[in-house]
Design a binder for this molecule. Sequence first.
Ligand SMILES: [Zn+2]
Length: 143
Amino acid sequence: MKGPFLLWMLMFAGLLTAIWMGNRFGFIGYVIGLPTGAAVMLGILSGATLTWIYVQGLLFRGVPEFPVCRNGCCRGGRLSDPGDYKTVWNDDWTVRGFRCRCGVTYQKVGRRFVELAPDGSVQPYLIWNRLKGWCPDPQLEAG
Ligand SMILES: [Zn+2]
């Protein structure tokens, strides 16, 4: 559903630009207009998508989505890029967690970034605060 829609948007923008540039510059305008319009539209769409991911992350998931690990040596990439973290899968292809290079596995639970112990229990680690960024999880001191 999303792929064809994107293509149609690009085609539409390309055609409009081609017609507009064709009117102004003649034949060469048509030739250059189509890819130019499509490229500009692609830029606008990816800009909007990036902004949306960023705003969503800022509100619900954290930016970057993967903070520094407990040992302070591994970090996530930009936005939702796992960076140094590797996805760990369950046998049924659901995501078990994210393992950093030190071998510690973490899980994302809403705005929390928790450590997953080998026995399957979770340890609070960090929580995303919309004003302060990634902070130590208050549950850590409480229990
Ligand atoms: Zn690490």
